[in-house]
Design a protein around this ligand. Structure first.
Ligand SMILES: NC(=O)C1=CN([C@@H]2O[C@H](COP(=O)(O)OP(=O)(O)OC[C@H]3O[C@@H](n4cnc5c(N)ncnc54)[C@H](OP(=O)(O)O)[C@@H]3O)[C@@H](O)[C@H]2O)[C@@H](O)CC1
Ligand SMILES: [K+]
Length: 496
């Protein structure tokens, strides 16, 4: 499934009209009827439904919804926030049709106050993807009325007032459920705007999939994992599945690298090696399957023996570590840089130019802020643009960790992950992900697919664990690793 910006949605809409000759009225009809289908199971005939419509095509969808509900025998009133002469194009066509179905329309704000207050269901068709903030009066008042009402709010396409220009947002409808047209919009996955959506449902209106498929921003789903996850081969041996080297773990922080090793072991690596400073060795409790190396042994030739390397988890930040880090950067083996590795990299990001093999950076917003010089707020307000630009400029795979982790490739592709829950917001989760990711990039179809699968499976394992055995409070990152078995099993037992 694709995820679009408002501008991309507008372009697909235009192509549907210009190149495919799909009339706008038909798309609006499809939208309105699909939205009714998506919400009708929540409605009862005694509901007092109000549809709050704005001046654009989102309001036009609202007219179709109101007419269709009335036709099905529901009690519907339209609150029209602008006069008829302000409504044009397809929306005007559907206003005229709706009027012939005798749907009541309220124009005055004082009347609207009472209707919205007494409603049992509110349908928000004030603004869609054509909105640009800040909100002009009197629309503020309608948004406040809806948000203050007791009734659940169903937003059409997007919660009205939501915008990709986060800084310009002034009033936003807080939806109970949002029924989105054709594909989710990026605001459904941005931390600042996602909570306004409530539950997200997607309906198809028949836009050409050939055009939608050209969008390079994808939501990673079960089908993608099934297509790209490397199968275990009957005649495979440990060499088939690759040897991963995890470099980190200092005297002060010996735990991180052990978690990475666990993640790698439980994800099907052929061999797992851990490398730490010699002094940290007595503090390590490595599983029997894991081999050990000390930093003193590090040479380019040694590094070339591995199929994937991760550096940074509990690594330390001393000058000695920096020198070692620069040495590691020279390897041509796929290299994942996390935690302290990212902090060291931030001291001289131009070093990335030296990289020959694939490079993967896995920052959380604060680490990404260090790498870019942007503030965390700026990053959180525009994560898609900033991560895409960074990945392309520096030729890296970038995994920006968050509620919806965004994976960007050097070629400009972006993938959004939707698995996972607050159980992962704990120290150690990132270390585990590094271990899983190293294995997946060694084995899966492409580096990008491997990273997406790693993030997906890690999140999925935590979802299963929280659903079946733990709560988000008591679960530990180690418990999440143990649930990886169940996550992998899902894809083995139900292959594509
Ligand atoms: N994708 C598709 O194929 C299909 C999409 N469809 C639907 O169309 C929706 C997009 O429709 P849209 O482009 O007409 O924009 P929409 O959000 O209704 O608002 C535009 C109006 O709002 C006004 N306005 C803007 N900012 C404002 C502000 N700050 N304060 C106050 N007013 C403001 C603006 O006024 P203007 O700035 O022009 O003066 C204009 O009048 C989309 O979300 C989906 O629901 C379907 O019908 C089927 C096919
Ligand atoms: K809306």
């Amino acid at each position: 499934m694709k995820c679009l910006t408002s501008e991309e949605m507008r372009q697909v809409d235009m192509l549907a009209f210009n190149a495919y000759h799909m009339p706008g009225e038909v798309l609006m009809e499809n939208a309105g009827r699909a939205i009714v289908e998506a919400m009708v199971q929540d409605l009862i005939k005694s509901d007092r439904i109000v549809v709050v419509v704005g001046p654009g095509n989102n309001g036009g969808d609202g007219f179709v919804v109101a007419r269709e509900l009335k036709n099905r025998g529901y009690m519907v009133t339209v609150i029209q926030t602008v006069t008829n002469d302000k409504i044009s194009g397809e929306a005007n066509v559907h206003l005229n049709v709706m009027q012939r179905f005798n749907v009541d329309i309220i124009y005055d704000f004082p009347d609207a106050v009472q209707y919205i207050h007494e409603a049992t269901v509110i349908i928000d068709a004030l603004f869609g993807t054509g909105y640009t903030g800040p909100m002009r009066e009197p629309m503020h008042g309608y948004v406040a009325l809806m948000n203050d009402a007791r009734a659940p709010i169903y937003s059409i396409d997007v919660p009205s007032g939501v915008s990709e220009t986060i800084g310009s947002m002034s009033a936003v409808v807080k939806a109970t459920k949002t029924v989105t047209i054709e594909a989710p919009k990026v605001t459904a996955y941005i931390e600042q705007t996602a909570p306004y959506y409530g539950e997200l449902t997607i309906v198809s209106i028949g836009l050409p999939t050939r055009e939608l498929d050209k969008i390079s921003r994808t939501i990673w789903q079960v089908c993608h994992v099934k297509q790209t996850l490397k199968k275990r081969e009957r005649f495979g041996h440990k060499g088939t599945y690759g040897h991963v080297l995890l470099i980190g773990g200092s005297v002060d922080m010996p735990g991180a690298i052990q978690l990475s090793a666990r993640g790698a072991l439980k994800s099907g690596a052929g061999l797992v090696s851990v490398m730490t400073e010699q002094a940290a060795r007595p503090f390590l409790q490595l599983p029997h399957e894991v081999m050990y190396r000390s930093h003193d042994e590090l040479t380019p030739q040694l590094l070339s023996n591995y199929q994937a390397i991760a550096v940074g988890m509990g690594f330390g930040l001393t000058d000695e570590k920096l020198a070692l880090f620069y040495q590691i950067l020279k390897t041509e083996v796929p290299l994942l840089i996390d935690a302290d590795g990212l902090t060291l990299l931030a001291r001289d990001i131009s070093r990335l130019k030296e990289r020959q093999g694939p490079t993967i950076l896995t920052p959380h917003p604060k680490e990404f802020a260090r790498l870019t010089g942007f503030s965390v707020d700026v990053i959180k307000n525009d994560p898609f643009t900033l991560t895409k630009a960074f990945a392309q400029e520096h030729g890296v795979y970038l995994v920006l960790k968050g509620t919806h982790t965004i994976i960007s490739s050097p070629r400009g592709e972006q993938v959004i992950n939707t698995t996972g829950n607050s159980a992962l917001s704990k120290g150690g989760s990132g270390d585990i992900l590094s271990g899983i990711a190293c294995v997946r990039i060694m084995q899966d179809e492409t580096v990008l697919a491997g990273l997406c699968n790693a993030v997906y499976l890690h999140g999925y394992a935590s979802d299963i664990a929280v659903r079946e055995d733990f709560t988000a409070f008591d679960i530990t990152p180690t418990d999440v690793v143990d649930s990886l078995s169940k996550a992998y099993r899902t894809f083995i037992e139900n292959p594509a």
